[in-house]
Ligand binder design. Structure first.
Ligand SMILES: N[C@@H](CCC(=O)N[C@@H](CS)C(=O)NCC(=O)O)C(=O)O
Length: 219
């Protein structure tokens, strides 16, 4: 029996971050797919009262909120350690994780990613061009700030690959599949190169939308 159970859905950037962390740590895990349309079912609301994914189960312990899941996994599976020890690097990691949740997801990916990818691909909806155009100024602000925070470093926390890279990369990879990506990254070659490096990692290759869809089918 798998040690960790992840309730998620193929394509979810938050769910992917949890799966990437498990892959990085070589953990024994299983995906429990949450079918579209069942996020607010009594069964799923019992796990996640806000009706979202992912949810992690481990030894009878149930945890939602991706940052909490990532930090929990880093505590129970400390090898390789994905939180820098040096305080300034750890502070940068925490900052970037909050930028990801508060500014990159809210108002950028949940608008542009939703209308360009989730709507058409999952729900059969046409993109809302007005909503996308309205989100672009905020998207530019967030991208420019992420580019500034990354600077010439290999990773967001500096020299160390960390939970910040794991949380941000699935969000940016989602946006990389939209026509807005080239405009948003036109002056940010460092962000493009960083995402390419992330996508080359085995943990990222193992958790693409297609790979997670295969796991969901096999579950
Ligand atoms: N704060 C949550 C956000 C999770 C989230 O928004 N997940 C999306 C999928 S990527 C979701 O479940 N959306 C369902 C909905 O909005 O109804 C976390 O960090 O886990």
């Amino acid at each position: 029996m798998a040690e960790f159970l992840v309730h998620s859905v193929p394509g979810s950037p938050f769910g992917r971050a949890a799966l990437i962390a498990l892959e990085e740590k070589g953990a024994n895990y299983r995906l429990s797919p949450v079918a579209p349309g069942t996020f607010r079912s009594p069964e799923h609301l019992a796990r996640h009262p806000f009706g979202r994914v992912p949810v992690l189960e481990h030894q009878g312990y149930c945890l939602y909120e991706t940052q909490a899941i990532l930090r929990y996994l880093d505590r129970v599976l400390p090898d390789p350690h994905l939180t820098p020890v040096e305080p300034k690097a750890a502070g940068r990691m925490d900052q970037v994780m909050n930028v990801s949740d508060w500014y990159l997801f809210q108002g950028v990916n949940n608008v542009i990613g939703f209308h360009r990818i989730v709507g058409p691909r999952v729900l059969g909806l046409a993109p809302d061009e007005a909503a996308i155009a309205e989100a672009m100024p905020k998207a530019h602000t967030v991208f420019n700030e992420l580019g500034r925070l990354l600077g010439d470093s290999s990773y967001f926390a500096g020299d160390t690959y960390s939970l910040a890279d794991i949380l941000v990369a699935p969000q940016l990879d989602f946006l990389a599949a939209t026509p807005e990506w080239s405009q948003l990254t036109a002056a940010l070659p460092n962000l493009i190169a960083w995402l390419e490096r992330m996508n080359a990692r085995p943990s990222f290759k193992a958790t693409t939308w297609e790979k997670v869809a295969e796991l969901a089918k096999a579950a």
